[in-house]
Design a protein around this ligand. Structure first.
Ligand code: PEP
Ligand code: MG
Length: 540
């Protein structure tokens, strides 16, 4: 029996057989070629085949994990056409007279190493992507079938790392858990695992040669542990815990339709966070009272040009119509920092988390902002829509936003386009916003606390940096006092305040948030009923 620890991406517990996924089976030999043109044309065909494969994967991912998660396959398609990447391969074939498989494999390694050595965590994560694309090209060149991940028996996948293509090809029904040696919580595999509600551990120091496909293992996402070859005693303990978890899940279902009210009669709204239109199904399925955060920037990611006003309008309209009168809070684009989009041409920054991002881009480039505002004001006609502005640090910013909104209204009037003026709130996610929250409260309709960023800026800890994991403590007194201060200032002004950062779903803090008088908690859809349970049992 071997017990190893890692970082849990999704909390759950499971026991089952292991499927080890090794990727080093691809032996690429260097051979000398004489016909350069023939080699280039083989490469071209392999690329075309890859485009078709990726298009299929995209379609599958959209259905299973939503458009935002699927967008990576569009990025892959673009990477396959990247001039630098293709030039490097062509050049190697032409000058070194080597076979295409070898040129692709070498270029893939070189590019991947280059990304891995970059400072930026997001770019580092791209190393796996370029490897994934190169492996696909090599497989196509060698005429190998893709590993059929869809046809295996339900298993715990143990791998070095998992690329998005591998994760999405897997049949959800057949995956019990993921355990990987590498990967950050920011990797696509981790994001997909969370979206798919699959228990997952990353950063587990497992030697793939020492575990075998078919052996039993336990993955405990609560403790962040995997046990290979568990004893009978452990197995029966774990089976009991699994039964308890299933029982809890069943009990949670009985909370659908019930109020979010404490035994002492205090009420709170429990809303859900979404990243795309396709997430609305989960919101309704989990009986959330509304949408507390629609991260609209996902409409801008994974594409090569700005979404048009019409595209945005259709997306927002669809969400508010489907929510049928329930509150839908749409956050204006929060591009920058970890969410980079080439066509914004933001350039490289030494300190992107503190850089040109979110509302700063909107205020500096009002042309981009106005397109989104027009779409939002138009969609507001169709339901209960509110707008929320991210990364605010001052009252001056809010005043400037209102001036731009007034210009948009005047333009819509002039164009005789129907619209409605929604409620406007701001995210409290910088210490500056907390410190001037008394003045901000007078200007806006509501506050929503972004605890992910508020924690990073209060504690001066980059939320993307894996090395700082042990220091990143959103329970830090300083963070909790900031939340309390913002809540008091909102209430003094008669405004409501909620939390839409991850901390809102932290059940250890539900009672404290109720004591602070927070009016709303917006959490991932799968946590709505759990938070409702915590509220209904809260001892206030
Ligand atoms: C936050 O910062 O807490 C938040 C909700 O926004 P995001 O995680 O998208 O930055
Ligand atoms: Mg934020």
């Amino acid at each position: 029996m071997v017990t190893l620890s890692g970082r849990s991406v999704y909390k759950g517990i499971i026991i089952g057989p292991v499927a080890v996924l090794k990727k080093d089976g691809q032996q690429v030999k260097r051979t000398r070629i004489t016909d350069v043109e023939a080699e280039l044309s083989r490469l071209k065909m392999a690329g075309e085949q890859a485009q078709v494969q990726l298009q299929k994967l995209y379609g599958k991912a959209v259905k299973e994990a939503g458009e935002a998660s699927a967008a990576i396959f569009e990025v892959y398609q673009m990477m396959l056409e990247d001039d630098d990447y293709l030039d490097a391969i062509h050049n190697m074939i032409q000058t070194e007279l080597v076979n295409a498989e070898y040129a692709v494999a070498m270029t893939g390694d070189n590019f991947s190493e280059m990304f891995a050595n970059m400072d930026d965590d997001y770019m580092k994560a791209r190393a796996a992507d370029v490897k994934d694309i190169s492996n696909r090209l090599v497989r196509n060149l060698m005429g190998q079938e893709e590993v059929d991940l869809a046809s295996m028996e339900p298993s715990i996948i143990v791998a070095d790392d998992l690329s998005p293509s591998e994760t999405v090809q897997m049949d959800k029904e057949k995956i019990l858990a993921f355990v990987t040696v590498h990967g950050s919580t920011n990797s696509h595999a981790a994001i997909l695992a969370r979206m798919m509600n699959i228990p997952a551990l990353i950063g587990v120091p497992v030697n793939l040669d020492e575990v075998n496909t078919g052996m039993q293992a336990v993955v405990d996402g609560f403790k962040g542990e995997v046990i290979f070859g568990p004893s009978e005693e452990i197995c029966s303990e774990v089976e009991e815990r699994i039964r308890e978890e299933q029982e809890k899940m069943k009990l949670l279902q009985t909370l659908k339709g019930k109020e979010n009210v404490t035994p002492s009669g205090q009420k709170i709204n429990i809303y859900a966070n979404i990243g795309s239109v396709s997430d609305v199904g989960d919101v309704l399925e989990n009986d959330a009272g509304g949408i507390g955060l629609f991260r609209s920037e996902f409409l801008y990611l994974g594409r090569d040009d700005f979404p048009t006003e019409e595209e945005q309008f259709q997306a927002y309209r669809q969400v508010v119509q489907t929510m049928a009168g329930k509150k839908v809070i749409i956050r204006t684009l929060d591009i920058g920092a970890d969410k980079q989009v080439d066509y914004f041409k933001l350039g490289k920054e030494d300190n992107p988390a503190m850089g040109y991002r979110a509302i700063r881009i909107c205020l500096k480039q009002p042309g981009i902002f106005k397109v989104q505002l027009r779409a939002l004001l138009r969609a507001a006609v169709y339901g209960n829509l509110s707008i929320m502005y991210p990364m605010i640090i001052s009252v001056e910013e809010v005043r400037r936003i209102y001036e731009i909104v007034d210009e948009v209204k005047a333009e819509l009037d002039e164009d005789q386009v129907p619209y409605k003026m929604p409620e406007q709130g701001i995210m409290i996610e910088t210490p500056a916003a907390v410190m001037v929250s008394d003045e901000l409260a007078e200007l806006v309709d509501f506050f929503s606390i972004g605890t992910n960023d508020l924690t990073q800026y209060t504690l001066a800890l980059d939320r993307q940096n894996e090395k700082l994991y042990d220091f990143y403590n959103p329970h830090h007194k300083a963070v909790l006092r900031m939340i309390k201060m913002a809540a008091d200032n909102a209430h003094k002004c008669g405004k409501w305040i909620g939390i839409c950062g991850e901390l809102g779903a932290d059940l250890e803090l539900t009672e404290e948030f109720l004591r602070m008088g927070l009016d709303e908690l917006s959490v991932v859809p799968s946590m709505v009923l759990r938070v409702r349970k915590a509220v209904r049992e809260a001892n206030i």
